[in-house]
Design a protein around this ligand. Structure first.
Ligand code: MN
Length: 314
């Protein structure tokens, strides 16, 4: 039996779809759109980045979530957030917020510039049927507390969840056993990251370009040179034990994310992701009747009314 780690080939490369979301935020959607509806357990990947505040200041006013986790990772600027449970704060440059919506919460998320810049990502991770109605939970990690390392050749890695090299990320106890790392390679470098076999994996390239799936031996004509992906593109990998990437004349920066597939039926309606239509009806009914977890603030009551009249995802 061959015990060498098997490199993952590139299954496909996706160009993100320009999308208008929330109250009018321009973003690039690469999971959750026409090209790739679902990469179990990942439901959505949005990249929002602009020097023009008009592209994002309208933000994501009050909206509900149920049955999923939302992961916000910022490059620049911040997202001011608050929820109906009284939890509020700002997610700043380099910070991550891993929010487990579970049985439900309502929140608003408002992107704001810092030094004229704003950019980041939001990933939605599905939850298994038996945990969908669990209590909401936040894991918030400030930039300074996200472990990182720099190799001698200049390769930089920040680890949000999972492990890379000898570094383990601070986000833990997530059902999908996710790995979420931010990798930057200068020109002329290579990088190999072990990824659990059977987990779905993608790289989201947001700076520069790189060859992914390098050195995959398909057994008949030697090793592949990989496939070139450039910012902004999503690289979806086939199965295997590790992801390999090389740079040539230009550097690359990408998120590398993987997780255990749930293999359960899904029913989705905007910010609710359940297992069947009936559960979606319950979610809408709870929203109508106010049996989502409420806060008695009249401002929130008005915002809830607005959302019911014109629902937006976010
Ligand atoms: Mn949200």
């Amino acid at each position: 039996m061959d015990t060498n780690p098997r490199p993952r080939t590139v299954a496909k490369i996706i160009d993100p779809q320009p999308t208008l979301e929330g109250a009018g935020v321009k973003l690039k959607r690469s999971i959750g759109g026409r090209a790739l509806d679902y990469l179990d357990p990942f439901l959505l990947l949005d990249h929002f980045e602009s020097d023009d505040p008009e592209d994002y200041l309208a933000g994501f006013p009050l909206h509900p979530h149920r049955g999923i986790e939302t992961v916000t990772y910022m490059l620049a600027g911040e997202v001011d957030h608050k929820d109906t449970l009284g939890h509020a704060g700002a997610i700043g440059p380099g910070d991550v917020q891993w929010m487990t919506a579970g049985g439900g919460l309502m929140h608003e998320e408002m992107p704001r510039p810092r030094d004229g810049k704003m950019g980041g990502f939001q990933l939605w991770v599905n939850m298994p049927a038996r945990l969908k109605m669990s209590a909401p939970r936040y894991q918030e990690v400030a930039a300074a507390s996200i472990p990182s390392f720099v190799r001698e050749d200049g390769v930089r890695v920040r680890v949000v969840a999972g492990a890379a090299g000898s570094v383990t990320g601070p986000v833990t106890e997530i059902y999908a056993e996710p790995e979420y790392i931010d990798v930057e390679l200068p020109a002329g470098c290579s990088f190999v990251q072990p990824v659990t076999r059977g987990h779905n994996a993608f790289a989201y390239v947001f700076r520069g370009e790189g060859n992914f799936g390098v050195g995959c031996d398909l057994g008949y004509r030697g090793e592949l040179d990989g496939q070139l992906a450039y910012a902004p593109q999503l690289v979806v990998f086939g199965d295997g034990d590790e992801v390999r990437v090389e740079t040539d004349g230009e550097g690359v920066r990408f998120l590398l994310v993987s997780g255990a597939p749930l293999a359960e039926p899904i029913a989705r309606y905007g910010p609710f992701v359940m297992n069947n239509e009936e559960e979606l009806m319950w979610a809408l009914n709870d929203l109508r009747e106010g049996s989502f977890i409420w806060h008695d603030d009249p401002d929130w009551a008005r915002a809830r009314q607005t959302w019911r009249e014109s629902p937006q995802a976010g």
